[in-house]
Ligand binder design. Structure first.
Ligand code: ADP
Ligand code: ASP
Ligand code: MG
Length: 496
């Protein structure tokens, strides 16, 4: 029998080994105990396959950093420094409990000091100028991930598996849109191959900072709040991973937010389309862009509980479990505002729809839902509350003449609303879904403000007053029997 050369054996070995990209969210690295648990999950997985870890900032850190940045902009350097000091304490405490080896701990402490020193200088500069540019805000808000990644890498190394932190600015190449940058996949793949593949082949677990990228010019960017989920799938696609596992603080994708509906159940399998729809309408468990990166390659994404790693979680894939064509899950989004452009005079204005939405596009407001009354007296749409003021200002400017001549009578803003969405594959095919939805809400006297225009196959979405949101979700959860356990066809091991 001919001998296979050693190099070839290694190559075959490498080709055989599966690759998992594992993302740990803020609560999953919230303190020393959580980081130790995350490290354990990585180390166990690394025995059987190649692992890339992606890590968020410790919980609460990004919020604090953003607050420190805006306090600096307002000139309040004292409060800003206090926040940075609290972040320092949080990390030092975790480190003290996590790493017992004195030289290793000292080295990490120095690194933490260095990164926090950069943050302090950026805040000082901001306070001096009283100006916070999107670019500086990205630099400041990226600090949490830059602190957590070396800690997780060190914790993995204490378990006998080499962990190495890698800054995503070396890997994820993005456009220059600070605060919501988009990855450029070809360049990102090249960088990941060059930087991560050799580490993986040596059995190292690279621990990559989530949330962050860098423009082609090398300026640090962020992918948007909650964007570490997206970082994980971007890296999965770049490396053609076998699976992405998003470790979080709930058992998977549930039939509703468990904080809203305590009897919500874990869904064993769900399709990309359904999960994307849930994420789009506010299910925080997934950043809305997460599935975009992996859908073309059908890389499965698992949502699993880092506090209960023995549970199978939810598999998100091309098919999802074959459902009954009815409702699968519900979601609601609260931080949104309804904008109405209207009055009887707009009937005669043929271009009002076009002008409205070219204005929203110009200010980069993400329109979540559109509804137009049949008499065309009002065009209503919903944007994130964070985008609402600048959208209304821009519309008032766009329609200034029409407002003066009463062709457009009002451009109004209502922030006290919420969107509720019922999600399920083939909802359009399931007879009577809309009827059931709205009758059930009618029985509970939930007032419907607007219904989404057009019929999506995967959702029925509508607007209610914010105070009715919880009642609407709880009512529909009961109406569609979503609290009843589904028959799980998923085993207890992650598999493609
Ligand atoms: P991480 O810090 O791990 O990124 P997030 O807080 O961003 O975690 O997302 C997890 C949270 O998403 C859960 O604690 C839960 O409250 C919320 N959530 C909202 N809708 C759902 C849903 N349908 N299924 C599971 N979790 C949901
Ligand atoms: N740390 C970032 C945030 O809080 C990114 C993330 O957690 O996904 O938004
Ligand atoms: Mg998240």
């Amino acid at each position: 029998m001919c001998q296979i050369p050693a190099g070839m054996t290694r190559l075959i070995q490498n080709m055989k080994s599966k690759l998992a990209v594992m993302k740990f969210g803020g609560t999953s690295v919230g303190d020393a105990g959580c980081i130790a648990r995350a490290a354990q999950i990585c180390a166990v997985a690394a025995r059987e396959r190649q692992v890339v870890a992606v890590v968020s900032a410790m919980s609460g850190v990004t919020n604090r950093l953003i607050e420190a940045a805006s306090l600096s902009e307002a000139g309040d350097s004292t409060k800003s420094s206090e926040l940075l000091a609290a972040i320092r304490t949080q990390h030092e405490t975790a480190l003290g409990a996590l790493i017992s080896d004195e030289p290793a701990r000292r080295k990490l402490l120095q690194r933490i000091e260095g990164i926090l020193g950069e943050a302090a200088r950026l805040c000082e500069g901001t306070a001096l100028l009283r100006e916070l540019t999107p670019r500086t805000l990205d630099l400041i808000s990226s600090v949490g991930e830059r602190l957590s990644a070396p800690m997780l890498a060190a914790a993995i190394s204490t378990l006998g598996v080499a962990g190495e932190s890698v800054d995503a600015t070396e890997l994820i190449v993005t456009d220059g849109f600070y605060g919501a940058a988009e990855p450029l996949m070809d360049l990102t793949s090249q960088r990941c191959e060059a930087r991560l593949r050799p580490l993986l082949q040596k059995g190292v677990v690279p621990v990559v900072t989530g949330f962050i990228g860098a423009s082609q010019e090398g300026a640090l960017t962020t992918l948007g709040r909650g964007g570490s989920d997206y970082s994980a799938t971007v890296l999965s696609a770049a490396l053609m991973a076998d699976e992405a596992i998003i470790w979080t603080d709930v058992d998977g994708v549930l039939t509703a937010d468990p904080h809203l509906v305590p009897e919500a159940r874990t869904i064993p399998e769900i399709s990309y389309r359904e999960a994307a729809e849930l994420a789009y309408f506010g299910a925080k468990v997934l950043h809305p862009k997460t599935l975009r990166a992996v859908m073309p390659y059908e890389i499965p994404v698992w949502i699993r509980n880092s506090f209960a790693p023995e549970k199978p979680g939810t598999k998100i894939g091309a098919k999802g479990a074959s459902g009954n064509g009815g409702a699968k899950a519900l979601t609601a989004i609260r931080d949104v505002s309804l904008i109405a452009v209207g009055g009887p005079g707009i009937v005669g204005l043929t271009d009002v729809v076009g002008r409205t939405f070219s204005t929203t596009a110009k200010v980069r407001a993400n329109v979540l839902l559109i509804s137009q009354s049949s008499s065309q007296n009002d065009i209503c749409f919903i944007v994130a509350s964070a985008d609402a003021k600048r959208t209304v200002d821009a519309l008032r400017e766009q329609f200034a003449q029409d407002l003066a001549h009463h062709k457009v009578e009002h451009i109004s803003l209502d922030p006290h609303i919420a969107i509720v969405a019922v999600v399920g594959e083939n909802m359009r095919g399931a007879v009577g879904m809309a009827g059931r939805t709205f009758s059930a809400l009618g029985r509970e006297s939930v007032n419907i403000i607007a219904i989404a225009q057009g019929s999506s196959e995967t959702n029925i979405s509508f607007v209610v007053e914010e105070k009715d949101m919880k009642r609407a979700v709880v009512t529909l959860h009961r109406e569609f029997g979503l609290g009843v356990a589904e028959v799980s066809q998923v085993g207890s091991v992650s598999r493609r």
